[in-house]
Design a protein around this ligand. Structure first.
Ligand SMILES: [Mg+2]
Length: 395
């Protein structure tokens, strides 16, 4: 089999809000075509116009090629060989960041092709089934313009998540720092108010995580606030300190009994190696697209296992990434949950409409994927509508 074309779709939710802290408003979807008619689908989570350039840009020498052209004519089933070839042949622009993120979409699509070619779900090619059901948590971030509306919506959504069957939810409580959602700015006590209100609403028998999205500007401030949350029985606190502050993370981990999670923006096993070694966090959070695809996410899962860390992948995209996460979770026993942006409890039309068939949750448990490949289909009408919306910004 040979790769004949890599098609990039830049997508935008026509109702996007530039003030929102939600990357589920846009998307880069790739379709990798082959000479045998099998087409693989993948996506990744970064500025989709930049991601497209990483794939479509020409290259003029052997150290800095474009991702797309170098893979044409290659056998898509040689995934590891192609990942390494792409990593080395783009090294001057790549090695980390956008180019690896874009490679992640292609890698995801190659796994989809491999599964379809073998007529097996992707997880069967990744490893052995480690459980009968998967754990997913509802990720909640209402997009409203005031704190009062936020706390009201959050309590309502957490309640709805529980009624839908979720046994776990993550609360975004970002009222300071560079990513204060919808411009709501409040002091750290307001974070506590949200957590307390939700914990009171859902009761003790429900797992809660908190994501503050880099809100704390010092280790001392993070320690002071997070240690007041011990009474809420949190499963973890996500990204309390700036992504590169590994020394700060390590100090925080030593100063609080609550597990600290980080890693959503990291790319390649090498950045996760540093996070584990120097940041010492208990929970590592590769985003499957951004880290470099299913191949590299699987490598990070293996690294986490060897270091007694748990993995809870970041995921704030569409049903494509949800499917990829479900396949990875099936073979990863130390992944108690993966992030599941519930279509009914989010604002993103991409999450709601882009993918026709996807992983379903019944009675709080996500079923093991059974269809071949990633088991997803694109809604072509929705795809065209999202492409049109993106073209209005940039063709
Ligand atoms: Mg986060």
């Amino acid at each position: 089999m040979k790769i004949t074309k890599i098609e990039c779709h830049v997508l935008l939710d026509p109702e996007y809000d530039p003030a929102a802290t939600s990357s589920a408003q846009d998307d880069l979807v790739v379709e990798v075509h082959t000479d045998e008619g099998i087409v693989g689908i993948g996506e990744t989570d970064l500025n989709p116009w930049i991601a497209r350039e990483c794939i479509e840009a020409p290259g003029t020498h052997t150290m800095d090629q474009g991702l797309g052209s170098m893979l044409i004519g290659e056998n898509p089933l040689e995934i590891e060989k192609l990942w390494w070839k792409a990593y080395q042949a783009t090294a001057m622009t790549g090695r980390r960041g956008a180019l690896i993120n874009a490679l992640g979409a292609i890698d995801m699509a190659l796994w989809d092709i491999a599964g379809k070619a073998a007529d097996k779900p992707v997880w069967q090619l990744l490893g052995e089934k480690s459980r009968d059901h998967l754990g997913a948590y509802a990720s909640l971030q209402p997009e409203v313009g005031s704190f009062d509306a936020y706390i009201t919506s959050m309590v309502k959504w957490a309640h709805s998540a529980k009624e839908m069957g979720f046994r776990a939810a993550k609360l975004e409580t970002t009222f300071s720092g560079p990513y204060a959602n919808m411009g709501i700015r409040e002091d750290d006590k307001k974070m506590t108010e949200v957590i307390r209100a939700v914990r009171n609403a859902v009761g003790p028998d429900f797992t809660l995580m908190v994501d503050v999205q880099y809100a704390f500007d010092s280790v001392d401030r993070a320690i002071k606030t997070i240690n007041t949350w011990q009474e809420f029985d949190l499963f973890f606190v996500e990204t309390p300190l700036w992504v590169d502050d590994l020394e700060g993370l390590s100090k925080l981990v030593a100063a609080t009994p609550i597990k600290i999670a980080s890693g959503e923006w990291l790319s390649t096993r090498y950045e996760f190696s540093d996070l584990i070694k120097y940041g010492n966090v208990g929970v590592v959070q590769p985003d499957i697209g951004r880290v470099g695809g299913l191949s590299e996410a699987h490598n990070v899962c293996n690294m986490a296992k060897a270091n007694n860390k748990i993995v809870v992948p970041h995921l704030w995209k569409t049903g494509i990434s949800v499917a990829a996460a479900a396949h990875l979770a099936t073979v990863t026993p130390h992944m108690p949950f993966f992030e599941f942006l519930p279509p009914a409890l989010c604002e993103s039309r991409l999450r709601k409409e882009l993918v026709v068939d996807e992983v379903t949750m019944v009675d709080g448990k996500v079923t093991i994927p059974q269809r071949s490949g990633l088991g997803i289909e694109l809604n072509r009408d929705a795809l065209e509508m999202f492409k049109d919306a993106a073209r209005k910004i940039r063709a």
